[in-house]
Design a protein around this ligand. Sequence first.
Ligand SMILES: [Zn+2]
Length: 412
Amino acid sequence: MNTPQVQTSDTHFTMPGMATAHSHAFQRALRGRTQRRATAANSFWSWRGLMYTLAETLNPDDIYAIARLAYAELAMSGVTMVGEFHYLHHDVGGQPYANRIETADACIRAALDVGIRICLIRSAYMRGGYQQDLAPAQARFSDPSVDLVLQDVAQLQTKYADNPLVSVAVSAHSVRAVPLPQIQELAAYATAHQLPFHMHVCEQRRELAEAIEEYGVTPVQLLSDHGILNERFVGVHATHLNAPEIQALGAAKAMVCLCRTTERDLGDGLPQTTAMIDAGTRFCVGIDSHVEPNAFEEIRAVELDERARTEARHTVAEAPQLLQMATEQGFIACAASDAWREDRVTLRRNAIALAGIDAQYATDGVIFSAAPQAVDTVSVAGKTIVEDGQHPDLPEIIAAYRTVLQRAKIIE
Ligand SMILES: [Zn+2]
């Protein structure tokens, strides 16, 4: 298969495994808990305060249990590769664990126990913001030097070099959380080692104002001015860009990872997707905060949200291009370019979401209308990990997850 396709048999549609290239697995524990006004999660920034409260309570075993549930849910939604944008590194208070990559190991173990691939995107986080100290929760994310960050990246690369299901990428959390000289060091390492380089960019307008205050320019313009944008760059969100920034991303053939279900949930705004794709930007997608349990919705939202913004139909991409973003492009962002060819998802044609869809409309039907409940089997590198729509360990995974939430006093 040279390009990702949906194939049709009498009983099933078969597609490659999907990649979700931006995940914060621990945020899965927030699901259902941030939707009332009374929780004070009224803006992105107050939501973030609740997320920080959660981040302050979790130990590595908790992170493992939450990630295992999050990844099992992804697997049952047809995802075979997760890009874990990992910034919860250290113990409460900021003290590194004896094994510095303990929490990264917990995420990787969770993915491997579920049976999916993982790209551990080791994220650097160095300050609370321009002229802002670290908040208490941010101490768990933060490192005093790039050397320590890159030491962890190298350790991860060495430790998992022989595991074909594990890849590693480098990240600076954001222009807000990492000063420019350190962003440049991290990007240079990614280039030297041919790794993807991920950053959150321009999710919220406040970030733009802060970058202008510090540097006199908006975040993507700053990155462009300093040569950070290239084919390895994966900008997450890219919601609020001006025209020169859109041109700069496109000219660099950079990738943008849209996370529409989380961006909707957080009130981030609508990206100018058509202008970005016209400029030459490539796209992948991410489940991000795991607020929405549906990888199919994540990919069709790239097109559907642009329809809502522009009041037009068929704006960004038709189903074959969206399928390519969900598979081939997502795997590239996860440092595993060709692995999508080895993974398979089958969907039941008699599932209610897909009933009556002919072979000639297979790709359109799957991309625009499939639900996780239509997934029958999922295989990763030839090994079946989901059968009859279920992960075999699901009851135990849910029980362990509930135990963690109770212990962390997230549920009664
Ligand atoms: Zn994120």
